[in-house]
Design a protein around this ligand. Structure first.
Ligand SMILES: NC(=O)c1ccc[n+]([C@@H]2O[C@H](COP(=O)([O-])OP(=O)(O)OC[C@H]3O[C@@H](n4cnc5c(N)ncnc54)[C@H](O)[C@@H]3O)[C@@H](O)[C@H]2O)c1
Length: 345
Protein backbone atom coordinates (compact mmCIF):
# COMPACT_ATOMS: atom_id res chain seq x y z
CA UNK A 1 0.00 0.00 0.00
CA UNK A 2 1.18 3.53 -0.72
CA UNK A 3 2.56 5.63 2.08
CA UNK A 4 1.04 8.90 3.22
CA UNK A 5 3.71 11.61 3.35
CA UNK A 6 3.32 13.44 6.64
CA UNK A 7 4.41 16.90 7.79
CA UNK A 8 4.25 17.39 11.56
CA UNK A 9 3.67 20.95 12.76
CA UNK A 10 4.51 21.70 16.41
CA UNK A 11 6.87 19.29 18.17
CA UNK A 12 5.77 19.62 21.79
CA UNK A 13 4.11 17.09 24.08
CA UNK A 14 1.56 15.95 21.50
CA UNK A 15 3.72 16.54 18.41
CA UNK A 16 6.34 14.17 19.77
CA UNK A 17 3.68 11.51 20.41
CA UNK A 18 2.21 11.84 16.89
CA UNK A 19 5.69 11.85 15.30
CA UNK A 20 6.61 8.60 17.07
CA UNK A 21 3.39 6.90 15.89
CA UNK A 22 3.89 7.93 12.25
CA UNK A 23 7.52 6.80 12.37
CA UNK A 24 6.38 3.28 13.36
CA UNK A 25 3.41 3.13 10.98
CA UNK A 26 3.83 1.04 7.81
CA UNK A 27 1.59 3.39 5.77
CA UNK A 28 3.18 6.68 6.78
CA UNK A 29 6.45 8.47 6.18
CA UNK A 30 7.37 11.64 8.06
CA UNK A 31 8.88 13.83 5.35
CA UNK A 32 8.90 17.19 7.15
CA UNK A 33 8.56 18.83 10.53
CA UNK A 34 8.04 22.47 11.49
CA UNK A 35 8.65 24.19 14.80
CA UNK A 36 9.68 27.70 15.84
CA UNK A 37 12.10 26.20 18.37
CA UNK A 38 15.63 25.56 16.99
CA UNK A 39 16.34 22.89 19.63
CA UNK A 40 13.40 20.80 18.39
CA UNK A 41 14.63 21.09 14.80
CA UNK A 42 18.12 19.97 15.87
CA UNK A 43 16.65 16.77 17.38
CA UNK A 44 17.11 17.87 20.99
CA UNK A 45 13.69 16.98 22.42
CA UNK A 46 14.89 16.77 26.04
CA UNK A 47 12.81 19.74 27.20
CA UNK A 48 9.46 18.41 25.98
CA UNK A 49 7.14 17.99 28.99
CA UNK A 50 3.77 16.36 29.58
CA UNK A 51 1.47 14.60 32.05
CA UNK A 52 2.10 11.06 30.80
CA UNK A 53 5.42 9.33 31.51
CA UNK A 54 7.43 9.25 28.31
CA UNK A 55 10.37 6.85 28.20
CA UNK A 56 11.18 7.63 24.53
CA UNK A 57 14.43 9.15 23.31
CA UNK A 58 15.37 12.70 24.22
CA UNK A 59 17.67 12.99 21.19
CA UNK A 60 15.97 12.23 17.88
CA UNK A 61 17.64 11.45 14.56
CA UNK A 62 15.95 13.73 12.02
CA UNK A 63 18.16 12.91 9.06
CA UNK A 64 16.22 12.67 5.80
CA UNK A 65 13.42 14.87 7.18
CA UNK A 66 12.92 18.42 5.89
CA UNK A 67 13.11 20.94 8.73
CA UNK A 68 11.04 24.13 8.65
CA UNK A 69 10.98 26.97 11.12
CA UNK A 70 7.99 28.43 9.31
CA UNK A 71 4.90 26.20 9.30
CA UNK A 72 3.55 27.96 6.18
CA UNK A 73 6.54 26.64 4.22
CA UNK A 74 5.82 23.08 5.34
CA UNK A 75 2.19 23.46 4.28
CA UNK A 76 3.34 24.77 0.88
CA UNK A 77 5.73 21.82 0.40
CA UNK A 78 4.36 19.67 -2.48
CA UNK A 79 5.91 16.54 -0.93
CA UNK A 80 3.56 16.78 2.07
CA UNK A 81 0.16 15.01 1.73
CA UNK A 82 -0.97 15.20 5.34
CA UNK A 83 -0.38 18.14 7.67
CA UNK A 84 -0.53 17.00 11.29
CA UNK A 85 -1.20 20.03 13.52
CA UNK A 86 -0.20 19.75 17.17
CA UNK A 87 0.18 23.47 17.76
CA UNK A 88 -1.10 25.40 20.78
CA UNK A 89 -4.88 25.74 20.49
CA UNK A 90 -4.97 29.46 19.64
CA UNK A 91 -3.00 28.65 16.45
CA UNK A 92 -5.26 25.82 15.23
CA UNK A 93 -7.62 28.04 13.22
CA UNK A 94 -4.93 29.83 11.23
CA UNK A 95 -2.99 26.71 10.24
CA UNK A 96 -5.96 24.37 9.72
CA UNK A 97 -7.51 26.92 7.34
CA UNK A 98 -4.25 27.40 5.48
CA UNK A 99 -3.65 23.64 5.14
CA UNK A 100 -7.21 22.92 3.96
CA UNK A 101 -7.07 25.80 1.48
CA UNK A 102 -3.76 24.33 0.26
CA UNK A 103 -5.64 21.06 -0.44
CA UNK A 104 -3.76 19.06 2.18
CA UNK A 105 -5.26 16.36 4.36
CA UNK A 106 -5.31 17.62 7.95
CA UNK A 107 -5.26 15.94 11.33
CA UNK A 108 -5.54 18.61 14.05
CA UNK A 109 -5.28 18.08 17.78
CA UNK A 110 -8.37 18.84 19.88
CA UNK A 111 -10.04 21.26 20.39
CA UNK A 112 -10.82 22.17 16.79
CA UNK A 113 -10.38 25.87 17.66
CA UNK A 114 -10.49 28.38 20.48
CA UNK A 115 -13.92 29.81 19.61
CA UNK A 116 -17.18 28.56 18.14
CA UNK A 117 -16.95 31.14 15.35
CA UNK A 118 -13.58 29.77 14.26
CA UNK A 119 -14.89 26.21 14.54
CA UNK A 120 -17.83 27.09 12.28
CA UNK A 121 -15.51 28.50 9.62
CA UNK A 122 -13.35 25.38 9.71
CA UNK A 123 -16.44 23.14 9.42
CA UNK A 124 -17.61 25.11 6.36
CA UNK A 125 -14.18 24.99 4.70
CA UNK A 126 -13.71 21.27 5.44
CA UNK A 127 -17.19 20.61 4.04
CA UNK A 128 -16.25 22.21 0.72
CA UNK A 129 -12.87 20.48 0.57
CA UNK A 130 -12.02 17.16 -1.05
CA UNK A 131 -9.25 16.71 1.53
CA UNK A 132 -9.73 14.54 4.59
CA UNK A 133 -9.97 16.43 7.86
CA UNK A 134 -10.25 15.09 11.39
CA UNK A 135 -9.83 16.48 14.88
CA UNK A 136 -7.88 14.13 17.13
CA UNK A 137 -10.55 13.44 19.76
CA UNK A 138 -8.52 10.49 21.00
CA UNK A 139 -10.97 9.33 23.68
CA UNK A 140 -13.35 8.11 20.97
CA UNK A 141 -10.51 5.72 20.03
CA UNK A 142 -9.18 4.96 23.52
CA UNK A 143 -9.56 1.16 24.07
CA UNK A 144 -11.36 1.31 27.46
CA UNK A 145 -13.71 4.04 26.20
CA UNK A 146 -14.29 2.21 22.94
CA UNK A 147 -15.21 -0.83 25.05
CA UNK A 148 -17.79 1.27 26.89
CA UNK A 149 -19.24 2.57 23.61
CA UNK A 150 -19.52 -0.99 22.31
CA UNK A 151 -21.26 -2.51 25.35
CA UNK A 152 -23.67 0.42 25.37
CA UNK A 153 -24.47 -0.07 21.69
CA UNK A 154 -24.89 -3.85 22.07
CA UNK A 155 -26.91 -3.38 25.31
CA UNK A 156 -24.77 -6.12 26.88
CA UNK A 157 -25.77 -5.07 30.42
CA UNK A 158 -28.99 -3.28 29.57
CA UNK A 159 -29.51 0.47 29.59
CA UNK A 160 -27.37 3.11 31.23
CA UNK A 161 -28.81 4.51 34.44
CA UNK A 162 -25.88 6.68 35.54
CA UNK A 163 -22.55 7.62 33.97
CA UNK A 164 -19.88 9.56 35.82
CA UNK A 165 -16.69 10.72 34.11
CA UNK A 166 -13.57 12.20 35.68
CA UNK A 167 -10.35 13.80 34.40
CA UNK A 168 -7.91 15.30 36.89
CA UNK A 169 -4.46 16.79 36.46
CA UNK A 170 -2.01 19.18 37.97
CA UNK A 171 -1.58 22.44 36.05
CA UNK A 172 0.27 21.77 32.76
CA UNK A 173 3.03 24.33 33.03
CA UNK A 174 5.33 22.60 30.53
CA UNK A 175 3.90 24.15 27.34
CA UNK A 176 5.64 26.47 24.88
CA UNK A 177 5.67 29.98 26.42
CA UNK A 178 3.42 28.52 29.15
CA UNK A 179 0.48 28.97 26.72
CA UNK A 180 -1.75 26.52 28.60
CA UNK A 181 -1.73 28.77 31.65
CA UNK A 182 -3.17 31.61 29.58
CA UNK A 183 -6.90 31.19 29.19
CA UNK A 184 -6.88 33.46 26.11
CA UNK A 185 -4.59 30.96 24.38
CA UNK A 186 -5.81 27.59 25.75
CA UNK A 187 -9.41 28.24 26.79
CA UNK A 188 -8.54 26.95 30.27
CA UNK A 189 -8.92 23.41 31.58
CA UNK A 190 -12.52 23.16 30.35
CA UNK A 191 -11.59 23.57 26.67
CA UNK A 192 -8.26 21.78 26.89
CA UNK A 193 -8.82 18.86 29.29
CA UNK A 194 -12.46 18.46 30.26
CA UNK A 195 -13.48 18.61 26.56
CA UNK A 196 -12.30 14.99 26.23
CA UNK A 197 -15.22 13.84 28.40
CA UNK A 198 -17.70 16.33 26.97
CA UNK A 199 -16.90 15.07 23.48
CA UNK A 200 -17.16 11.43 24.54
CA UNK A 201 -20.53 12.11 26.18
CA UNK A 202 -21.73 13.72 22.93
CA UNK A 203 -20.44 10.64 21.09
CA UNK A 204 -22.22 7.98 23.14
CA UNK A 205 -25.36 9.82 24.29
CA UNK A 206 -25.83 12.51 21.62
CA UNK A 207 -25.79 16.25 22.33
CA UNK A 208 -27.45 17.06 25.68
CA UNK A 209 -30.56 19.26 25.83
CA UNK A 210 -29.03 21.41 28.55
CA UNK A 211 -26.09 21.57 30.91
CA UNK A 212 -25.75 22.73 34.48
CA UNK A 213 -22.19 23.37 35.64
CA UNK A 214 -20.38 24.55 38.73
CA UNK A 215 -16.84 25.71 38.19
CA UNK A 216 -14.07 27.80 39.64
CA UNK A 217 -11.25 29.79 38.06
CA UNK A 218 -7.74 28.45 38.36
CA UNK A 219 -4.18 29.17 37.30
CA UNK A 220 -5.04 29.83 33.63
CA UNK A 221 -7.44 32.62 34.60
CA UNK A 222 -10.31 30.65 33.07
CA UNK A 223 -12.48 27.93 34.58
CA UNK A 224 -9.96 25.28 35.54
CA UNK A 225 -12.16 22.92 37.57
CA UNK A 226 -15.72 22.08 36.62
CA UNK A 227 -18.48 19.62 37.40
CA UNK A 228 -21.28 19.37 34.84
CA UNK A 229 -24.62 17.64 34.81
CA UNK A 230 -25.66 16.80 31.23
CA UNK A 231 -29.44 16.76 30.87
CA UNK A 232 -30.85 14.55 28.11
CA UNK A 233 -34.48 15.12 29.04
CA UNK A 234 -34.87 11.63 30.48
CA UNK A 235 -34.25 9.79 33.68
CA UNK A 236 -30.49 9.25 33.37
CA UNK A 237 -27.66 10.78 35.40
CA UNK A 238 -24.63 11.89 33.35
CA UNK A 239 -21.92 13.99 34.98
CA UNK A 240 -18.27 14.85 34.31
CA UNK A 241 -15.67 16.43 36.52
CA UNK A 242 -12.50 17.84 35.02
CA UNK A 243 -9.74 20.18 35.94
CA UNK A 244 -6.09 20.94 36.41
CA UNK A 245 -6.19 22.71 39.79
CA UNK A 246 -4.71 19.72 41.64
CA UNK A 247 -1.51 20.28 43.61
CA UNK A 248 2.05 18.99 43.69
CA UNK A 249 2.48 15.36 42.66
CA UNK A 250 -1.26 14.60 42.39
CA UNK A 251 -1.37 11.86 39.73
CA UNK A 252 -3.11 12.37 36.39
CA UNK A 253 -6.33 10.38 36.36
CA UNK A 254 -8.98 9.68 33.78
CA UNK A 255 -11.88 7.54 34.87
CA UNK A 256 -15.50 6.56 34.45
CA UNK A 257 -18.12 4.68 36.43
CA UNK A 258 -21.18 3.59 34.48
CA UNK A 259 -24.15 1.88 36.12
CA UNK A 260 -26.15 -0.26 33.70
CA UNK A 261 -29.31 -2.26 34.51
CA UNK A 262 -27.22 -5.39 35.10
CA UNK A 263 -23.65 -4.30 35.85
CA UNK A 264 -21.42 -1.46 36.99
CA UNK A 265 -18.45 -0.82 34.72
CA UNK A 266 -15.54 1.10 36.13
CA UNK A 267 -12.34 2.34 34.53
CA UNK A 268 -9.62 4.38 36.19
CA UNK A 269 -5.98 4.96 35.35
CA UNK A 270 -5.49 4.97 39.14
CA UNK A 271 -6.70 1.40 39.76
CA UNK A 272 -5.23 -1.97 38.84
CA UNK A 273 -6.53 -3.59 36.75
CA UNK A 274 -7.76 -0.37 35.21
CA UNK A 275 -11.06 -1.80 33.87
CA UNK A 276 -13.50 -3.82 36.00
CA UNK A 277 -17.06 -5.01 35.52
CA UNK A 278 -19.10 -5.73 38.66
CA UNK A 279 -22.05 -7.85 37.54
CA UNK A 280 -25.38 -8.04 39.34
CA UNK A 281 -24.63 -11.74 39.92
CA UNK A 282 -21.67 -10.82 42.11
CA UNK A 283 -18.82 -11.50 39.67
CA UNK A 284 -15.94 -9.10 39.08
CA UNK A 285 -14.70 -9.34 35.49
CA UNK A 286 -11.69 -7.70 33.86
CA UNK A 287 -12.44 -7.53 30.14
CA UNK A 288 -9.58 -7.49 27.67
CA UNK A 289 -9.44 -4.46 25.40
CA UNK A 290 -7.34 -3.61 22.35
CA UNK A 291 -3.69 -2.82 23.01
CA UNK A 292 -2.22 0.63 22.44
CA UNK A 293 -3.54 4.10 23.02
CA UNK A 294 -6.22 6.26 21.47
CA UNK A 295 -3.42 8.24 19.82
CA UNK A 296 -2.15 5.32 17.77
CA UNK A 297 -5.70 4.14 16.98
CA UNK A 298 -6.87 7.57 15.77
CA UNK A 299 -3.81 8.02 13.55
CA UNK A 300 -4.19 4.53 12.10
CA UNK A 301 -7.86 5.29 11.38
CA UNK A 302 -7.12 8.62 9.75
CA UNK A 303 -4.38 7.15 7.53
CA UNK A 304 -6.82 4.42 6.47
CA UNK A 305 -9.44 7.06 5.59
CA UNK A 306 -6.90 8.86 3.39
CA UNK A 307 -5.73 5.70 1.65
CA UNK A 308 -9.29 4.45 1.08
CA UNK A 309 -10.48 7.91 0.03
CA UNK A 310 -13.20 7.97 2.71
CA UNK A 311 -14.24 10.91 4.86
CA UNK A 312 -13.68 10.11 8.55
CA UNK A 313 -16.94 9.16 10.27
CA UNK A 314 -15.81 8.50 13.86
CA UNK A 315 -15.06 12.20 14.40
CA UNK A 316 -16.67 14.56 11.88
CA UNK A 317 -15.83 18.29 11.73
CA UNK A 318 -19.31 18.97 13.14
CA UNK A 319 -18.66 16.61 16.08
CA UNK A 320 -15.51 18.56 16.93
CA UNK A 321 -17.42 21.84 16.63
CA UNK A 322 -20.23 20.51 18.85
CA UNK A 323 -17.72 19.62 21.57
CA UNK A 324 -16.74 23.31 21.64
CA UNK A 325 -20.43 24.31 21.56
CA UNK A 326 -21.19 22.27 24.70
CA UNK A 327 -18.03 23.47 26.47
CA UNK A 328 -19.04 27.11 25.84
CA UNK A 329 -22.49 26.33 27.30
CA UNK A 330 -20.84 24.75 30.35
CA UNK A 331 -18.68 27.85 30.77
CA UNK A 332 -21.74 30.10 30.61
CA UNK A 333 -23.62 27.91 33.04
CA UNK A 334 -20.77 27.98 35.57
CA UNK A 335 -20.38 31.75 35.26
CA UNK A 336 -24.11 32.61 35.35
CA UNK A 337 -25.05 29.98 37.97
CA UNK A 338 -27.94 28.65 35.90
CA UNK A 339 -28.58 25.88 33.43
CA UNK A 340 -27.97 26.58 29.74
CA UNK A 341 -29.87 25.02 26.85
CA UNK A 342 -27.86 23.62 23.95
CA UNK A 343 -29.18 25.05 20.73
CA UNK A 344 -27.70 25.04 17.24
CA UNK A 345 -25.96 21.65 17.57
N1 LIG B 1 -5.18 14.55 22.83
C1 LIG B 1 -4.54 14.75 23.97
O1 LIG B 1 -4.58 13.94 24.88
C2 LIG B 1 -3.73 16.01 24.12
C3 LIG B 1 -2.78 16.10 25.15
C4 LIG B 1 -2.03 17.27 25.24
C5 LIG B 1 -2.23 18.29 24.33
N2 LIG B 1 -3.18 18.17 23.36
C6 LIG B 1 -3.41 19.26 22.39
O2 LIG B 1 -2.28 19.32 21.53
C7 LIG B 1 -2.00 20.66 21.15
C8 LIG B 1 -0.56 20.98 21.50
O3 LIG B 1 -0.37 20.85 22.90
P1 LIG B 1 1.06 20.47 23.50
O4 LIG B 1 0.83 20.12 24.93
O5 LIG B 1 1.75 19.50 22.62
O6 LIG B 1 1.80 21.89 23.41
P2 LIG B 1 3.37 22.18 23.57
O7 LIG B 1 3.47 23.56 24.10
O8 LIG B 1 4.04 21.07 24.30
O9 LIG B 1 3.91 22.15 22.07
C9 LIG B 1 3.62 23.15 21.12
C10 LIG B 1 4.74 23.19 20.11
O10 LIG B 1 4.39 24.12 19.07
C11 LIG B 1 5.55 24.89 18.73
N3 LIG B 1 5.10 26.13 18.10
C12 LIG B 1 4.55 27.24 18.67
N4 LIG B 1 4.21 28.14 17.72
C13 LIG B 1 4.54 27.60 16.53
C14 LIG B 1 4.41 28.03 15.19
N5 LIG B 1 3.85 29.22 14.87
N6 LIG B 1 4.88 27.24 14.20
C15 LIG B 1 5.48 26.03 14.49
N7 LIG B 1 5.61 25.57 15.76
C16 LIG B 1 5.14 26.33 16.76
C17 LIG B 1 6.28 25.05 20.06
O11 LIG B 1 7.64 25.37 19.87
C18 LIG B 1 6.07 23.66 20.67
O12 LIG B 1 7.11 22.79 20.28
C19 LIG B 1 -3.02 21.52 21.89
O13 LIG B 1 -4.11 21.82 21.06
C20 LIG B 1 -3.50 20.63 23.03
O14 LIG B 1 -4.83 20.92 23.43
C21 LIG B 1 -3.90 17.05 23.24
Amino acid sequence: MAKVRVGCVGLGFMGKAHFGIYKEHPNAEVVAIADVDDAKLSGDWSKIGGNIDDPSAKEVDLSGIKLYKDADELIDDPDVDLVDITLPTFLHFRYVMKALESKKHVLCEKPIALTLQEADKIVATAGRSKSKFMVAHCIRFWPEYEYLAQIMKGKKYGRVKSAIFKRRSVAPTWGWQNWLMNQKRSGGAILDLHIHDTDFINYIFGTPKKVESAGVPGPSGGIDHIVTNYDFGKSMLVTAEGGWSFHGSYPFEMAYTVIFDKATVEFSTSQSPTLKVYTSGGKVETPAVAEGTGYSAEIDYFLTCILKNQKPKIVTPKDARNAVLVIKAEEKSAKDHRNVAITNA
